[in-house]
Every structure is written in C-alpha cells, then in structure tokens.
Write a protein of this length. Structure first.
Length: 296
C-alpha cells in the first residue's frame, strides 16, 4: 500500500458493500482516507467488515503493514444504512450497486443530493452518458471501473462521459494514483475497453466448459500459466458473481451484437442460484482451499 495521507486527508464514500465495494473501501482506507460505506443490509455490512478485517490481517501477516497501522486504517471506515446519510460535500463518492439501471439511477440521485465534489460509478458496462441524467452536475460525473480483487489489481479504468469536464477526469486519475493504482482514460462506449476484452475471453471459457473441452480448473490453469493472468476467467467470474456476468453479457449483446450473448450454461447456473463465491457454488465450490483463497 502507499504511505498514509495526512490527517486532513480527503473523505470518500462508497455505496454498496458487495465484492467490489468492499475492495474499494479497503484500498482507500489503507491509503489513509476516511471512508463512508453505505450498505442497507445488516448482514451485508457485517460481511463487509469481516472481509476488511481478514484482508488487513493478511496484509499484516505478509509484512505489508504492522498491526497498529492496520487498526488505525480500519478505524477510518464508517458504515451507514442509506446514501441519504452520507456527509455533505465529500470529495468523492463511488457507486458500486448491482448492474441494474433503475437501481443505479436511484442511488446516484441520492448521492448527488449530498453534493459531493465528484461522483463515480464503478459500472463495468453501463453507459455513463445514460446514467448522467440521474446526477445534478454531469460535469463532475464519470466512471471509475476497478478490478477484482481490488487490493491486488493495479488498474482503474476512468470513463469520460460526453459532459464530464477535464478537471474531473484529472482528479479521478489523481485518486487512482493516490491509492497506488494506474489509470487509463476511455470514452463512454458499450463495455468500455476492459469489459469488452474480458467478457470475450470469459464467455469463450464458459462455452469451452459447456462443450466439454476442459474443466473449469484446467481452463483457468492454462490462462494463468500461459498468459500470466493473476486469476483465471472462470474463477474470477465466480468472484465477481455469475449473475453480474450474465447482466453484463445481456447488456453488451443488446448493443454490440450476438457474439456477446450469454451461453446457456451461464443462464442455467444463474437460474439455479449458482452465483459463485457469494452463493457457495459456481464453477468452483466455495470457499476454496486455503492455498487458493488468500488475498494476493
């Protein structure tokens, strides 16, 4: 992690305590920011706090920080039940709720009412221009697409909407740098850059399982060994959530064409409630053995 920022550090909000939201909270808190996490579900909040504790403990074990610093950083995280309870005029608020437009628009409207300096959506595929109507000042609204696991992967894809001003983009890139990430700036286009590339590989990997080409574990092993990806596409899909993968595939199929259409296997797994890590079963049975489940 980067060195802690000064005591007058900027304050950020994160709305949604799913896998991505918790990871974003973690990297900001460990970089010294005061973070406000919004999650309406009490069980979701409890899981988020436990994940933050586990991730910090793992960082201590690996010598990335000492226990006192980890405790100080975790104490900077505050939990809230609704976005309406966010402090006014936060420096940045990131929306990380599920990929459903009506939900995102409602949450973004609640965030905008708290008048933060910047608002970002962590959407991996939804149009920033389409969502911009939900905020009061589209000039300060953009996408900030993080990658899972957030504490390991160093990229933030900053998506520039048609109305996003240059200063907001510069500030978003500055936030990414301050938490130890690199950033790329892309225009608002279906799937942006990374989601399009990632989903092509993921859908083909699922089709390979569906066609009996190889097991999920062997496909992932081939990708991580041959191409040095940190996580295989099927394990990563389990971590992201197969329902999330299905939502994104359906969105991109509608805008970019049938080659993004979700395989029947993916549709059937989601229909059975096999959503990956969060349901305990996906392409893998979760939790994975200890040797495969540590924070990287």
């Amino acid at each position: 992690m980067v060195d802690a920022v000064p005591q007058n550090a900027q304050r950020v909000g994160v709305v949604g305590a799913g896998t991505m939201g918790v990871g974003i909270v973690y990297v900001f808190a460990m970089a010294g920011y005061e973070v406000f996490l919004v999650e309406p579900n009490a069980d979701g909040t409890a899981r988020a706090l436990a994940t933050l504790q586990d991730a910090a403990a793992n960082a201590v074990t690996r010598g990335k920080m000492n226990r006192a610093d980890a405790d100080t950083n975790l104490a900077r995280v505050h939990t809230l039940v609704t976005a309406d309870a966010l402090p006014e005029a936060l420096d940045l608020v990131i929306e990380t709720v599920p990929e459903r437009r009506a939900l995102k628009e409602r949450v973004l409207g609640q965030i905008a009412a708290r008048a933060p300096k910047l608002i970002a959506s962590n959407t991996s595929a939804m149009s920033i221009d389409a969502l911009a109507g939900a905020v009061s000042d589209p000039a300060t609204f953009m996408g900030m697409h993080f990658f899972n696991p957030v504490w390991s992967l160093k990229l933030v894809e900053v998506i520039r909407g048609a109305q996003t001003n240059a200063d907001s983009i510069s500030q978003a890139c500055g936030f990414a740098e301050a938490i130890g990430k690199s950033s790329v700036v892309v225009s608002d286009s279906p799937g942006f850059a990374t989601s399009r590339l990632d989903l092509v590989q993921t859908l083909e990997a699922i089709r390979m399982v569906e066609d009996g080409v190889a097991s999920a574990a062997d496909i992932d092993r081939a990708i991580t060994t041959a191409y040095r990806h940190p996580v295989g596409p099927l394990r990563l899909s389990d971590m992201v959530g197969l329902d999330v993968r299905l939502d994104i595939a359906q969105q991109l199929a509608g805008t970019l064409g049938a080659h993004f259409a979700p395989p029947k296997l993916l549709q059937d797994m989601v229909a059975r409630g096999e959503l990956g890590q969060k349901s305990g079963k996906g392409f893998y049975d979760w939790p994975l053995p200890e040797t495969h489940s540590k924070t990287e």
